[in-house]
Ligand binder design. Sequence first.
Ligand code: PRP
Length: 202
Amino acid sequence: MLTIALPKGRIAEETLDKFEKAFGEKFVFENRKLILEKSGFRFLNVRNQDVPTYVMHGAADLGVVGQDVLEEKEYDLIKLLNLQLGKCKVAFGLRKGEKLDMTKSKITVATKHEKIAKKYFEEKAMAVEIIKLYGSIELAPLVGLSDCIVDIVETGETMKQNGLEVGPTIMESSAHLIANKNSFYAKKDLILDLKEKIEATL
Ligand code: PRP
């Protein structure tokens, strides 16, 4: 049996589609159920940012999570495979017509991605104040909470609809299959077989 933590929403559905292609069986979470058990797999429906936690603690052998989430914290995990889904980037959002003013003595950035944003400014030896938010990041510059934001951009529509423009990209991201280290050694054959079958669907 393999336990696999999936991030609620579209990435979970797209991952389950890949499992269907790889193993010839349909996998669907029943309404509001958080566990789906079938044919030697136990899928867990968890919040995106919680996926590495389940895998780190060994509550799940495997997980599917965005590169941006892995980058935000340092996890001692095995990265098995880029699933090539949930493609997006972490980028700046600026008020329309504005540029990142690198001459400013200190830039204020609102973001969920504190570490990624901090690193960007550290590498440029610039002073930054990071304001941690948990959602609706696009609002911050509009009401003067910050000069700009660093957030996930997929189509750019959310920023556009909120009067922001997509600025410089910090990193590209997509969903990866990750493994708990102990699980990987204890269930190596099972996990490598799964990896190969999923890889063949990409
Ligand atoms: C992300 C991000 C934006 C949106 C960008 O949120 O925070 O709000 O997607 O997508 P777009 O460029 O296609 O408009 P997500 O859906 O990941 O939800 P979250 O805020 O709960 O993480």
